[in-house]
Design a protein around this ligand. Structure first.
Ligand code: NAP
Length: 294
């Protein structure tokens, strides 16, 4: 690390603290992202990452409360487990059953939100008109796929969302849980191996599986790149590496591509706005991320 990319944060007796809790957290880019933004805004905030074991989630949230942290992010595997520890959760966090952001409000009330939903949608906004009434395929049926399906149902209103799952029962569960947001019965489930026609027809294909994540960078969630074409958008939630094999192969066939890092920055910006009341200076964040990876 050079002097140029070291993000210095002022820490003194009045510093407001924000933390990431999860297990593991040592790979996280969130401290870099938020500290760069705090610094740019000259805010006396500091962001740290803390590994919290499953058995200590309740104590960790009690600690945030007692120590008057300004807020927190929550990552895997604790996004569900923190919910009963909070005073209130937002409607969208309830809908997807997961909290990734905690905000301390008046009288020390801790409120949970899910900014993965806004984070996923923000990079898609330029394509929103094109996606309305179009077919979409989401690969995967975990927590991220659930947030993606909710975001698409409530904000994009596509004709059809196919959840392509290795374990279809998990996708069926998502469809059942989100039924109240699916008045036009857009959500349907397909086993992974039988959704090739749907992938070819889809205007947007979202990878919500970890396939392709470092160090397994030669993996891809879709082994038929010939199914991609220039009238499609391929969105990979994986952000390490930025350019995954999936995105490279989609790009080579003319598809528009969206990197997972865009979602990571947008979900962070939505949390930052709640903690600080300020709009995250994303140009500074991008610069910090670029420097840290060079
Ligand atoms: P998760 O709850 O563990 O779910 C993973 C899903 O992917 C499961 O349905 C799993 O199927 C499926 N899967 C795993 N490997 C697969 C493969 N090789 N082929 C097909 N399906 C496979 O994980 P998650 O929380 O949903 O996260 C998924 C990915 O999204 C992770 O890489 C995460 O880092 C990323 N993410 C990124 C952001 C961002 O800001 N960019 C935000 C959230 C998540 P089974 O159930 O059959 O195992």
């Amino acid at each position: 690390m050079t002097a140029a990319n070291r993000i210095l944060v002022p820490v003194d007796a009045r510093t407001s603290l924000v933390t990431l809790i999860g297990d593991p957290v040592s790979h996280s880019l969130s401290p870099l992202i938020h500290n760069a933004a705090f610094r740019e805004h000259d805010l006396n905030f500091a962001y740290v990452a803390m590994r919290v074991e499953e058995s200590a989630v309740s104590a960790a949230v009690a600690g945030l409360r007692a120590l008057e942290f300004a807020g927190a992010n929550v990552t895997a595997p604790h996004k569900q487990a923190v919910i009963p520890e909070l005073d209130r959760i937002s409607e969208q966090a309830r809908a997807v059953g997961a909290v990734n952001t905690i905000v301390r409000h008046e009288h020390g009330r801790l409120e949970g939100d899910n900014t993965d939903i806004a984070g996923f949608l923000t990079p898609l906004l330029p394509y929103a008109d094109r996606l309305r009434s179009a077919p979409i395929t989401v690969l995967g049926a975990g927590g991220a796929a659930r947030a993606v399906a909710y975001a698409l149902l409530t904000s994009i209103h596509p004709e059809r969302i196919t959840l392509a799952a290795r374990t279809p029962e998990k996708a069926e569960r998502i469809a059942a849980d989100l039924a109240e947001f699916d008045a036009s019965a857009a959500l349907n489930v397909s086993p992974y191996e039988s959704c090739r026609d749907e992938v070819r027809r889809s205007s947007l294909i979202v990878n919500a599986t970890p396939a392709g994540t470092h160090p397994n960078v030669d993996d891809t969630p879709w082994t038929h790149p010939e199914d991609f074409s220039s009238d499609q958008i391929v969105y990979d939630l994986v952000y390490n590496p930025r350019e995954t094999r999936l995105l490279r192969e989609a790009y080579d066939r003319g598809a528009a591509t969206i990197e997972g890092l865009e979602m990571l920055i947008s979900q962070a910006a939505a949390a930052y706005a709640q903690w600080t009341g300020r709009e995250m200076p994303t140009h500074v964040v991008r610069e910090a991320l670029r420097i840290s990876s060079s």
